[in-house]
Design a protein around this ligand. Structure first.
Ligand code: AMP
Length: 283
């Protein structure tokens, strides 16, 4: 039987638990999550284990990245199941602070990312999101002080924002992106997929299908504007309320009008019923 990972709930117990790793000079990788773990998260853990001797998984549903009307209250929380899953996956340490530990009375600092964080994608619909993410990720990075941190391409803009922040703040760690893990029908795994009704679940793969078809047409030389218009219509026709379907530069997330403008990433966000889904692929 695999050993349960150590669970740290305060900064001092985290430091104590990590002390032996540091003394032994072991490479440490961090996988930040909000829990309700699925195979997507486990792909990050597996990649972390390939690259580092010790893997720390943080589980923290970060209140500051949710707007008041969003799903902070109902976000799935399954701590015991997550620990069982991480035991099986042989993670070494789980960092699970409470909100009071992460943001003690009097906490007054916020990181305000720009660049990719202001690309007009997620930020347009969730204006507080990347400030909340950058602040909590900066804290996780300093608390754990890993050599590597792994993030999913599933949240592509977030991956770009965190990569930029680590560079801008001279943080001594490498941010690594991991390809999106999908269901057989193409739907990107997400903790939020549990919100989908059976009917919504049958429609949900439309996002990935549209991304794939659009990428193929753009690769074939069709006009990006035209392909995106068709894709937007298709997603709306399937029953989604579309937030955006965009073609952006892979690194800067700046708008792109033609294939000559650089490597392209297609990004989409749309609501089906009450559930907001996001996805993206490279062209
Ligand atoms: P979350 O718990 O949703 O905040 O996600 C924690 C980390 O897992 C983030 O870096 C996500 O991008 C990543 N992640 C979530 N879903 C997937 C997926 N389907 N494939 C790969 N990584 C994912």
């Amino acid at each position: 039987m695999a050993r349960r990972p150590t669970i740290a709930r305060t900064v001092s117990s985290l430091r104590r638990a990590m002390q032996p790793y540091r003394e032994a000079g072991e490479q440490i990788a961090l996988v930040p999550t909000m829990g309700a773990l699925h195979r997507g998260h486990l792909a990050l853990v597996a990649q972390a284990q390939r690259r580092a001797r010790r893997v720390v998984v943080s589980i923290f549903v970060n209140p500051t990245q949710f707007a008041p009307h969003e799903d902070f209250g109902s976000y799935p929380r399954r701590f015991e199941t997550d620990i069982a899953v991480l035991t099986e996956a042989k993670a070494d340490l789980v960092w699970a602070p409470s909100a009071a530990v992460m943001y003690p009375e009097g906490f007054a600092t916020r990181i305000e990312p720009a660049g990719a964080a202001k690309a007009g994608l997620e930020d347009k619909f969730r204006p507080h999101f990347f400030g909340g993410v950058a602040t909590v990720v900066a804290k996780l990075f300093t608390q754990v002080a890993p050599a590597l941190a792994l993030f999913g391409e599933k949240d592509y803009q977030q991956l770009r924002v965190v990569t930029q922040m680590a560079a801008d703040l001279d943080l001594q760690l490498k941010v690594i992106g991991v390809p999106t893990v999908r269901e057989k029908d193409g739907l990107a795994l997400s903790s939020r997929n549990v919100y989908l009704s059976a009917q919504e679940r049958t429609v949900a793969p439309t996002l990935y299908q549209t991304l794939k078809a659009s990428a193929a047409r753009i690769k074939n030389g069709e006009s990006i504007a035209r392909v995106l218009d068709d894709g937007r219509a298709e997603i709306a026709h399937a029953g989604f309320a579309l937030d955006y379907l965009e073609a952006r530069h892979t690194l800067t997330l700046a708008p792109i009008a033609s294939r000559k403008d650089g490597p392209i990433r297609l990004l989409v966000a749309a609501k089906i019923g009450a559930t907001r889904l996001i996805d993206n692929i490279g062209v």
